[in-house]
Design a protein around this ligand. Structure first.
Ligand SMILES: Cc1cc2nc3c(=O)[nH]c(=O)nc-3n(C[C@H](O)[C@H](O)[C@H](O)COP(=O)(O)OP(=O)(O)OC[C@H]3O[C@@H](n4cnc5c(N)ncnc54)[C@H](O)[C@@H]3O)c2cc1C
Ligand code: FES
Length: 314
């Protein structure tokens, strides 16, 4: 088995999907096995240019340093950025799909990459979703930049009963291939999975939050209409934290198991910096850490990013 490590990938494609989202395809001769829910850390700057720019500062005691290095004068993403895997193909090497939204310096850098460019990546990192049992109906709920891991998960569910929910602010921010039939979204349809889309402004699909569409689906017991009776639902979700909290509440309230892909701000991605803490219930309050307390912190990067909704205290 090839361990998780730092490798250089080549950009095979970088395609604009909608207003702010790009699909970045990274090609490698080999890569460790990956599972849906896992992520990689990408160097979102030109590491070689940074090295070349390094020089000693001329500093006279009593004066302030004159900023001249790139990292002091430009909005550069010095620390690697985490991105969920949106897909993987193994044929004459490995291709990894990343779907990212431009929100700052790092993702702006990724948007400018062209085929043939080198990219330093670290991974695969984190744990993964547990796939549904044969008698479970997988309900995938992705919002915004939480949609990519749902696409990878869908690719592993072919032939199993599943339905996908995807939400965005508006049509221009849906990073998916839309068709005239709003239930047929290529990324899910390819695996026999119908999709329900929602936009906050109603510019495509259901008007409102994706969580409202999910509740209606569950409340009206549409499942028996679409799927064989007797299936037990299981929810998988990733997206903005308020959306995931709502999905978790909906699931807990209905006694539906739910796996959450938490996205905390991360620096190292490997359990060193402690920047990605998340509060979880302790299975045994009498044990360490923090004996006597019924909760403790876990690291989203190494203990997660996938957690059971019922365990999370956010
Ligand atoms: C496990 C994991 C998986 C992720 N997967 C994806 C993905 O598949 N596609 C994608 O587009 N993004 C994903 N993200 C978020 C992505 O890492 C950030 O958008 C990215 O780091 C922004 O870098 P930047 O330099 O462009 O922006 P910065 O300048 O670093 O930040 C711009 C703005 O985005 C906010 N921001 C940064 N990181 C996060 C975060 N984790 N959650 C919420 N807000 C954040 C900042 O607070 C700031 O307001 C993921 C994050 C995590 C932790
Ligand atoms: S990101 Fe550094 S410990 Fe999790």
């Amino acid at each position: 088995m090839i361990p998780s490590r730092q490798v250089t990938a080549k950009v095979a494609a970088n395609v604009k999907l909608c207003r702010d989202h790009f699909r970045l395809v990274l090609s490698l001769p080999a890569f460790a096995p990956t599972k849906p829910g896992q992520f990689i850390q990408i160097a979102c700057c030109d590491l070689l240019a940074l090295d070349a720019d390094h020089h000693d500062h001329d500093w006279t005691p009593g004066t302030s340093i004159k900023p001249q290095d790139i990292e002091l004068t430009s909005p550069i993403a010095m620390i690697r950025r985490p991105f969920s895997l949106a897909g993987r193909r193994d044929k004459d090497g490995v291709e990894l799909d990343i779907i990212h939204r431009v929100v700052g310096g790092g993702t702006q850098y990724l948007a400018g990459l062209t085929p043939g460019d080198d990219v330093s990546i670290l991974g695969p990192l984190g744990n993964s979703f547990s796939l549904p049992a044969p008698d479970q109906l997988a309900i995938l709920v992705g919002g915004g930049v939480g949609i990519p891991p749902m696409i990878y998960l869908a690719s592993q569910l072919a032939g199993r009963p599943a339905v996908a929910f995807a939400g965005a602010l508006c049509r221009d921010l849906i990073p998916l291939t839309l068709s005239a039939n709003e239930y047929e979204v290529a990324e899910f349809h390819a695996h026999g999975i119908p999709a329900i889309l929602a936009t906050d402004d109603g510019s495509f699909g259901y008007r409102g939050f994706i969580t409202q569409a999910l509740e209606q689906f569950l409340d009206r017991a549409l499942a028996p209409h679409f799927f064989p009776a007797g299936l037990r639902p299981i929810i998988y979700t990733c997206g903005p934290e308020p959306m995931m909290k709502r999905v978790a509440d909906i699931a807990i309230h209905r006694n539906i198991p739910c796996q959450v892909a938490a996205e905390r701000a991360m620096a190292c991605g490997m359990g060193t910096c402690q920047s990605c803490c998340i509060r979880v219930k302790k299975p045994d309050p009498a044990k360490t850490p923090l004996p006597g307390s019924d909760w403790c912190y876990r690291l989203t990067c190494t203990d997660g990013p996938i957690f059971n909704a019922a365990d999370l205290l956010w």
